[in-house]
Design a protein around this ligand. Structure first.
Ligand code: SF4
Length: 479
């Protein structure tokens, strides 16, 4: 007989069809939609456990029967104040409580989230564990969630008590979800369901493309930033951009996209060329990468604070010459000061600084409190920044963008000869993870050198991409 997990019961809580699909994955979906475990989650778990001295851990790798017996024994032993990974099974549903804390009158089920706030999805995560534990006869006196205090600033050592904010969670009823889960296990055919608001709440359902398949080149799913519009269209039964009723309100970017899809052509607005030419030479194409440790790693940093670790800059002169420079912090220390000092020297005082998104300006402004004495220098940098993203979003669309204006989407549409396929690092999240691995004392020297080269190559490609995109769009707009 199959065993069900917390994820299965939560799927059933969202929709009967999702419960069934979770057990009978369609061919186009992965069998189990799980994210790989990150170092952050382990760091959060360890910090959370340190808050409960004397707690014991149920080994998660042990067979289920062993874990259940160990949990029951620990519950019976009143000298044990807290049980980590306490395991419960009810009617083939197996769940683990991250922390089961003994209190007068029962136990409190707690879980820490690697987040600076919690929402309904997090609350359901812990509530479902409490419900299953209660069905086994365990006296559950309460539920709570711990999340990071975003205002916490680490001093020399980490303060596990001050790091977290603990919020109570109300118990929920999962009897209906349980019945759905049982019914879906017994059912051979896929239950009918209509996509709607529930498909995105409390979490986006991974089976959306299965339930509302794309209608190909004219699919409304190809519209940019169209969550609300797509919801409205789904409720109207409209899946094709050519059939969008006139009363459905779309923003100008979505209107450009509809025009582009219907006409199989790129949309080039009249404002594109003047906006891209509104620059001062030399042009400095700049990109930052950052790390964002969940648990503050260095004094003076907060949970999930973005800390810039590297930059790349391509400089294009009016006569066509191009130069490149870069910086990468390679030590296990707060990278901010070295980052800013190297940047101030490199960007000089002349020329526009072209970026793609507001991230670079936001990062520099965020350093104002950290380096007030240097603010006058990098305030000048902020004032020279020109963001290409809103320019492109407001004045350009290509059918291949698939609704996205990320540079990874724009580059192949505009400059198909330049890409990231030959690089080991192809996205910022991977770069952030690898940077932390590179600075870790346990990483061998040859691996560090390899990561360093990969990170430098990735960031360099980002700024080359900006340069190529601008040149290509200026040419297409008739410049
Ligand atoms: S996409 Fe919506 S209807 Fe389909 S399984 Fe998910 S929640 Fe249910």
């Amino acid at each position: 007989m199959p065993l069900f997990t917390r994820a299965d019961l939560l799927a059933a809580n969202q929709c009967a069809r999702r419960a069934w699909l979770q057990q009978h994955p369609p061919a186009e979906a992965p069998e189990r939609l799980r994210l790989p475990r990150s170092d952050d989650r382990d760091a959060v778990r360890d910090a959370m456990r340190r808050r409960y001295p004397g707690g014991i851990t149920i080994p998660v790798e042990a067979p289920l029967e062993t874990r259940l017996a160990a949990t029951a024994a620990a519950i019976a032993d009143t000298a044990i104040p807290a049980i980590f990974d306490a395991t419960f099974a009810f009617d083939q549903i197996v769940v683990r409580a991250a922390v089961l804390e003994r209190r007068p009158g029962g136990f409190v089920v707690s879980e820490a989230k690697a987040a600076n706030s919690v929402g309904e999805a997090h609350e359901l995560d812990v509530a479902v564990v409490g419900w299953v534990a209660a069905q086994t006869g365990t006296p559950i006196a309460g539920l709570s969630l711990a999340h990071f205090d975003p205002d916490y600033v680490r001093r020399e050592t980490l303060d596990d008590q001050a790091l977290f904010v603990v919020v109570p969670v109300l118990p929920r009823e999962f009897a209906t979800a349980h019945a759905r889960l049982r019914a879906s296990a017994a059912r051979a055919d896929e239950p009918p369901a209509k996509v709607g608001h529930h498909c995105q709440h409390p979490r986006e359902c991974p089976f959306r493309t299965h339930c509302a398949p794309s209608t190909g080149e004219f699919s409304v799913q190809r519209l940019p930033r169209a969550g609300k519009v797509q919801q409205e269209l789904a409720e109207l039964g409209v899946t094709d951009v050519r059939q969008i009723p006139t009363h459905v309100r779309m923003n100008p970017t979505q209107q450009h996209a509809v025009w582009s899809l219907v006409n199989h052509a790129e949309y080039i607005g009249g404002g594109l060329l003047p906006s891209l030419r509104n620059v001062r030479w030399p042009l400095r194409f700049l990109d930052f990468e950052a790390c964002q440790p969940a648990v503050p790693r260095w004094p003076g940093t907060s949970p999930f604070q973005q800390l810039p670790t590297q930059w790349s800059m391509h400089v294009q002169y009016e006569d066509g010459r191009v130069e490149h420079s870069a910086f990468l912090h390679t030590e296990d220390s707060d990278p901010r000061e070295a980052f800013v000092r190297s940047l101030v020297t490199a960007v000089g005082t002349e020329g526009s600084i072209l970026v793609y998104s507001g991230y670079e300006a936001t990062t520099l402004r965020g350093l104002r409190d950290r380096m007030p004495e240097a603010w006058s220098e990098f305030e000048g940098i902020v004032n020279r920044i020109m963001d290409m993203l809103p320019v492109i979003r407001d004045h350009y669309y290509h059918p291949d963008l698939e609704g996205s204006f990320s540079i990874k989407a724009v580059l192949p549409a505009v400059c198909p000869d330049v890409g990231y396929d030959d690089l080991e690092v192809q996205d910022g999240a991977t770069a952030a993870r690898l940077w932390l691995r590179m600075i870790s004392s346990g990483t061998p020297d040859d691996e560090r050198a390899h990561i360093r080269a990969s990170l430098l190559a990735y960031c360099e490609r980002d700024t080359l991409a900006l340069l190529c995109v601008r040149e290509a769009l200026v040419a297409r707009a008739g410049g």
